[in-house]
Design a protein around this ligand. Sequence first.
Ligand SMILES: C[S@@+](CC[C@H](N)C(=O)[O-])C[C@H]1O[C@@H](n2cnc3c(N)ncnc32)[C@H](O)[C@@H]1O
Length: 212
Amino acid sequence: MSHHTHGHTIHWAWAYDAVIQVMSLGREGRFRRRTLELAELQPGARVLDVGCGTGSLAIAAARQQPTATIHGIDPAPEMIARAQAKATTAGVAPRFEAGIIEHLPYDDGSMDVVTSSIMMHHLPPETLSAGLAEILRVLTPGGRLVVVDFAGAGPLMHRLGALLRGESGHPTRHLDVVRDAVAKQGFTEPMLHPMKPGYLFGLVAQKPGADI
Ligand SMILES: C[S@@+](CC[C@H](N)C(=O)[O-])C[C@H]1O[C@@H](n2cnc3c(N)ncnc32)[C@H](O)[C@@H]1O
């Protein structure tokens, strides 16, 4: 299957974890735990972390809930290789594979929880919509979507790019873009949750259809 995406793929997996340490102000563990709190993983849950990068969240999920089946996908083979190596070292076995949010390689209704951690800002609007439609498809009725991402106008590099292209005016808050896209796609009303560091947001929504 082709893993071509209009999203921004990160290939520098070797340096990625160090960047996350800086971004999380040296408290990545707390950041991951908070994300998992929002996910409310149950024993035996089927979980997908989309845009998993070097696999830190999926590995933390597998440690927290050993009976869960955890999948992680990312278009970058470098990320998948590093995630697999880290999982082996950690002694857990999430299933990491190359893939894109636009075409999730999973059956309809096959996931209880889908997480997306600081990745949706990598997607242009049409890819974001296509990806959310795919998440809705693979979730079971009542299944849970957890998005963590930058609340503001996007990371500094994106802002600089926009400035260099001559784009001006008030930038749209990324948080509003994601919340609107999630609501438009047909999830339940998205609930916002504070995160640390405070420039991130947490969003939880569910696939309607079960007694939720
Ligand atoms: C900033 S990293 C976040 C990694 C990880 N989720 C974390 O919390 O550390 C964003 C990831 O999204 C991936 N990505 C980009 N386009 C994607 C797509 N279309 N589908 C899935 N993942 C994508 C990138 O390759 C990158 O690994």
